[in-house]
Design a protein around this ligand. Structure first.
Ligand SMILES: [Ca+2]
Ligand SMILES: [Ca+2]
Length: 202
């Protein structure tokens, strides 16, 4: 009944008809934009407290695409481990920081895959092609754990002050919910929005 009354109002008021349909169009566009932004635009994961420095205490990185991680070297010997999911081709991680960082990548069992200290000046960069799956990304300050080594060994108490960092990532997503779950939910909302808009135009 409410729907019929709404349609009557719309039929007898051209200005209202235009306003309602404009609103529907904007909602549909907004929802579609949310879907697009979730899958295509930057999504930062910020370290919560202090990420651990072992396989068991590595920090999960949320859900959906993760295109950067921000964090802090907060005390003596601080090394930060993050659980990430790599998919869809070439992975890379590039760090920008106020210190001399080092980057590591291990498989989910802690076996060494990649290491770099200085790539752009003192800043680090690692990259390569890997099978889809869970990996551990690590960052330390030179020369804490210099070189390739297993994730749960080789750390020292080297410390060069409290320093922040940003790691830019390619083809990486978080690990706490199944890949693409939030994107699919938003895609469903967008389809509902477009369906609603089309119904209103009949
Ligand atoms: Ca930290
Ligand atoms: Ca470095």
């Amino acid at each position: 009944m409410a729907y019929i009354l709404l349609r009557i109002t719309i039929r007898y008021s051209p200005a209202t008809y235009f306003t309602v349909n404009t609103m529907k169009f904007k909602i549909a566009l907004l929802t579609a934009a949310l879907v697009f932004s979730t899958s295509a635009f930057a999504q930062n994961y910020a370290e919560v407290g202090d990420a651990g420095q072992s396989i068991a205490t590595a920090q999960d990185t949320g859900s959906g695409s993760v295109t950067s991680i921000t964090g802090l070297f907060s005390g003596s010997g601080d090394v930060d481990f993050f659980n990430i999911y790599i998919s869809g081709g070439i992975f890379s991680a590039t760090v920008s920081s106020s210190t001399d960082p080092m980057l590591f990548l291990w498989d989910s069992a802690g076996n060494p895959l990649l290491f770099n200290d200085d790539y752009f000046g003192l800043q680090s960069h690692i990259g390569g092609s890997f099978a889809d799956g869970d990996y551990i990304l690590g960052i330390s300050q030179y020369a804490n754990g210099y070189g390739l080594h297993f994730a749960d060994s080789g750390w020292s108490s080297d410390f060069h002050g409290t320093n922040s960092y940003t790691i830019s990532l390619e083809n990486t997503s978080g690990t706490s919910v199944p890949e693409g779950g939030s994107t699919l939910a938003l895609l469903g909302l967008a389809l509902c929005g477009f369906s609603w808009m089309r119904r209103g135009n009949k």
